[in-house]
Design a protein around this ligand. Structure first.
Ligand code: NAD
Length: 230
């Protein structure tokens, strides 16, 4: 069990594994490919410079799929936990899908961006909600720049770290759910969590397993709803 005391702030880091049972494939499930695509070809600044049209085809395909998927019991369990803990629960996700919010979570930081948002690659216009698909052309901003997915690509700096780190450094309980422990900086989050009690929940032992006090092996949809004791 993961016991949360009356004064503990709980930091939850989620990865692709929490959305696997909703039907969104993880990297590892498909042998390092991402829904059949090589990440270097579609999820790097170099890919955007080389072929922005191809990048948009990839993300448009994912947007099309995202409207078909639904949260699973793990997403709902975290939303319920938030109703109990209120602002003592903080969810930081590496996922770009909107499944935490769809399940009812309100305090969620998307450190790798959001699939259903876009932004300009030139001006400082804020990221905006955008569910459209772009299979035929790369959309343009009023400034002349190109509209890109609001997603943190490999080689880019994750978003909202100034919000994440103070919570991480001061939490009493740290839990990672469904993340292979290979992608930085998230893989080092348990180190930053200092003296917190640290737990991992996922289908297999992660590469950073040594940083956790306890590792629970199993599907997120089965374990998350029953592991937390408030
Ligand atoms: P990853 O693909 O590297 O690892 C996924 C982990 O989830 C694996 O360790 C696997 O054992 C575990 N897993 C698989 N099925 C599970 C289940 N049913 N329950 C619990 N665990 C399960 O994912 P990552 O560590 O999040 O890092 C990969 C990068 O890919 C991230 O940057 C993320 O943004 C991105 N990504 C996002 C999505 C999404 O938005 N849903 C999907 C794929 C990849």
């Amino acid at each position: 069990m993961i016991k949360i005391g009356p004064t503990d702030t709980t930091f939850i880091l989620t990865g692709a594994g929490i959305s696997a049972e909703s039907g969104i494939p993880t990297f590892r499930d498909v042998g390092g490919l991402w829904e059949g695509w090589s990440p270097e070809k579609v999820a790097t600044p170099e890919a955007w410079q080389a072929d922005a049209y191809l990048v948009w085809r990839f993300y448009s395909e994912r947007r099309k799929r995202a409207v078909e998927v639904k949260p699973n019991p793990a997403h709902y369990a975290l939303a319920q936990l938030e109703t109990k803990l209120q602002d003592r629960l903080f969810v930081c996700t590496q996922n770009v899908d909107p499944l935490h919010e769809q399940a009812g979570s309100r305090r969620v930081v998307h450190m790798h961006g959001e699939l259903m948002k876009s932004r300009c690659d030139r001006c400082s216009r804020a990221a905006f909600a955008d569910q459209q698909t772009y299979f035929d052309a790369v959309p343009r901003c009023a400034c002349g720049g190109r509209i890109r997915p609001h997603v943190c690509w490999f080689g880019e700096f994750p978003y909202k770290m100034d919000t994440v780190f103070p919570v991480l450094e001061n939490c009493g309980v740290f839990v990672t759910i469904g993340s292979s422990g290979r992608v930085e900086p998230a893989a080092s989050f348990p180190l930053w969590a200092g003296s917190a009690r640290k737990y991992y929940i996922g289908a297999e032992e992660p590469e950073n397993a040594m940083f956790f006090d306890e590792v629970f092996i199993g599907k997120a949809g089965e374990l998350v709803p029953k592991l937390f004791e408030v």
